[in-house]
Design a protein around this ligand. Structure first.
Ligand SMILES: Nc1nc2c(c(=O)[nH]1)N[C@H]1C(S)=C(S)[C@@H](COP(=O)(O)O)O[C@H]1N2
Ligand SMILES: [Mo]
Length: 218
């Protein structure tokens, strides 16, 4: 009974806090995009809601059924893999504060948590000819990154944003946190990681004229 009361007052408190928080300059449109329990600040940096202002994905937000989900590691690997969500979550975790910049002009600074892509690739043992990593997604989207960048920059495959499970809108179960690259390199709803020896492979937006490097220069 006591515990119930505590829970109830906690709930009341957080409701009260939530209803009073419109005073720090965050617009109500932005406010409404924060998810319950989402962290909003990290080491003095304000975090943006992990759900962006609008969805521009090629086929809308994907709803991935995690019970049926596998992450394949394919192509130029000695040991092709089919991993479950839990297999990925069991790997060492890393947190990074990284800003996503879309070519359309908006950006979002989010605290990401996930695993090193190179740890996953190591499990599959890349062949020596592999130099490119192609990401395939549940909506048929593809994009690629150089293997060396993934290794050197410790690029992560994230399953969490601002302390919560990655929302469907941001790519549940996994998004590639392609730091210093434009938004179209941030594959969401990733279900296959293909190792290739074609550095000129072009993904969905790249075949439609967008730069394959997609490096952010500022
Ligand atoms: N699977 C998948 N991932 C994707 C996309 C997509 O359409 N499908 N769009 C990309 C683009 S262009 C951007 S800017 C980011 C964020 O997309 P959003 O603008 O729809 O939030 O996701 C990237 N990852
Ligand atoms: Mo984008």
């Amino acid at each position: 009974m006591k515990r119930l009361f505590c829970l109830a007052s906690l709930l009341m408190c957080s409701l009260l806090l939530a209803s009073c928080s419109g005073t720090d300059g965050i617009s109500s449109a932005t406010e409404s995009r924060y998810q319950e329990l989402e962290i909003r600040e990290y080491n003095g940096v304000r975090l943006d809601p992990s759900i962006g202002p609008r969805d521009n994905s090629i086929s809308g937000v994907q709803q991935v059924n995690i019970a049926a989900y596998t992450l394949k590691v394919s192509g130029l690997v000695n040991n092709p893999l089919s991993l479950t969500y839990d297999d990925i979550l069991a790997l060492p975790a890393f947190e990074k504060l990284v800003t996503l910049n879309c070519v359309e002009g908006w950006d979002a600074t989010v605290l990401w948590k996930g695993v090193l892509l190179k740890d996953i690739i190591d499990m599959a043992s890349a062949e020596s000819a592999a130099n490119t990593v192609i990401f395939h997604s549940a909506d048929g989207y593809t994009t690629s990154l150089p293997l060396q960048d993934i290794i050197d920059k410790n690029i992560i495959l994230a399953y969490s944003s601002n302390g919560i499970t990655l929302p469907a809108e941001m790519g549940y179960p996994f998004i590639v946190v392609a730091e210093n690259k434009l938004g179209y390199k941030w594959a969401r709803w990733v279900n296959e990681i293909e190792l290739s020896d074609n550095p000129d492979y072009k993904g969905y937006w790249e075949t439609r004229g967008f730069d394959n490097e997609a490096e952010i220069t500022e």
